[in-house]
Unconditional design. Structure first.
Length: 309
């Protein structure tokens, strides 16, 4: 039986990135469906504050952020690799661009009035209002991209991606998919699902063919479980154990109380005892009434570590 538990919801692009990686690696996984907007009490029981989607849970270890989740899955199932061409620097750099710049450009384009009408028009108006208020609060002062600029930039990005697929090359960086393909996939997938607005992709038949090739990878084998079962499983599990040489850039030792907070948006701190500070990963151990002792992991990149006040 698989011990990989993905907490997600179907329309989440970042979750789609991970579902497709699970499919690529032919992994079996458990699926916990979580709310699209706050409140998310069962998510917070596991993370202690982090609210973004998705999360990967393995027993009492909880991994936040798809950059780290991808690495955890790569460690778990090294073949097929997300870094097949030994160009992992290029792969990670393109993936990071896609997860930030391309993603927010796609969202700026998709969330124009026609897109909102297509996505939310059939639902009660309160639904869209609640969604808008939730995301505005989550984004805080993070910069927003206006529809005209989003359209212009997305058009240019589609042309750049088209160029990367030149000469019949099936994937963005070569003959095999890499992490870059999975990161580019999710914003393009999101745009492809918005009736009326997906036409923008038609300027690149090559990108559309790539999208279909990526989609055909599928999601692996998933079995639904409840969030209560996932929390019970967390409580009855012990941590996988932590390794990695300590890299101390903050004057904070293992065992000290700290907070870890995203640096871009959804700035909710997670507080606990620092148990891992490797070159690329941070983790805290915290106690929760329902979930018991939980180890919550983050990538270094994009997260701020601080000593607790
Ligand atoms: N850097 C994060 C970004 C995750 C993210 O922004 N996810 C979106 C959904 S696709 C989100 O959390 N939206 C708010 C929510 O689900 O509560 C990652 O790679 O996991």
């Amino acid at each position: 039986m698989s011990d990989l538990i993905l907490h997600h919801y179907p329309t989440s692009p970042f979750a789609e990135k991970i579902r497709l990686i699970l499919g690529y690696k032919q992994l079996a996984w458990k699926s916990v469906l979580i709310p699209v907007i706050m409140p998310k009490p069962d998510v917070l029981a596991l993370t202690g504050g982090y609210r973004r989607t998705p999360l990967l849970q393995i027993g009492s270890d909880v991994y936040c952020d798809t950059a780290l989740i991808a690495d955890v899955l790569e460690r778990r199932a090294p073949t097929p690799s997300l870094f097949p061409h030994e160009q992992s620097g290029l792969v990670r750099t393109v993936a990071q661009w896609a997860d930030s710049t391309l993603f927010w450009t796609a969202i700026g384009y998709a969330f124009q009035p026609a897109g909102l009408q297509a996505m939310f028009g059939k639902l009660p108006p309160e639904h869209l209002q609640a969604f808008g208020a939730d995301r505005a609060a989550m984004r805080g002062n993070a910069p927003r991209i206006a529809v005209a600029e989003a359209t212009a930039s997305l058009t240019e990005y589609i042309d750049r991606l088209d160029n990367m697929l030149a000469d019949g090359q099936p994937y963005l960086l070569g003959a095999l998919p890499t992490l870059a393909d999975f990161s580019v996939y999710h914003p393009v997938w999101y745009v492809s699902r918005v009736p009326g607005l997906s036409v923008i992709l038609e300027r690149s038949p090559k990108l559309l063919a790539w999208l279909a090739r990526m989609a055909a990878i599928g999601h692996g084998t998933a079995e639904k479980i409840s969030s209560t079962d996932a929390i019970d499983l967390c409580r009855s599990s012990t941590s996988l154990g932590i390794d990695g040489a300590v890299i101390d850039l903050h004057g904070i030792a293992l065992g000290e109380r700290v907070t870890i907070t995203p640096t871009d948006y959804a700035l909710d701190p997670v507080e606990g005892e620092l148990v891992l500070a490797s070159a690329t990963e941070l983790a805290v151990r915290r106690h929760d009434e329902r979930a018991g002792t939980v180890t919550v992991h983050f990538p270094r990149n994009g997260y701020q570590l601080k000593k607790s006040a």
